[in-house]
Write a new protein. Sequence first.
Length: 149
Amino acid sequence: MIIALGADHGGFELKEIIKKHLLDRNYEVKDYGTDSAQAVDYPEYGFQVGEAIIKQEADLGILVCGTGIGISIAANKVRGIRAAVCTNCYMAKMAREHNNANILALGARVIGEGLALEIVDAFLNTSFGGERHARRVDLISKYEDAISK
């Protein structure tokens, strides 16, 4: 499985910790930046990771900023992306199982690194439940298609 990573300056350090965690578990990782704690604009990284998933350069994505909110809003502007901000493992599981989220967003200033890694594992180890959930996700996709015309 290929995981696309992205972060702004507020999420840089946690992104690096997550990257090591993923590599230690034999995931292939594509890092879209940023590469330091120097101030940058979070939307660029949300867009890049979202586009990587849509272009099938990666299977799932993980984004990190200070709260996870801004970068997830940016990613969700990419048609077909379902980015979910998660602050606990239950949210991460439900984001995958019920919403077929394809990007996990985390807030480096909201959660600690231990919990962040548990959330990453919960997200990556959960599959989409399909059935009634698929119908609901399809409704979102159809709406997205309708407004983009």
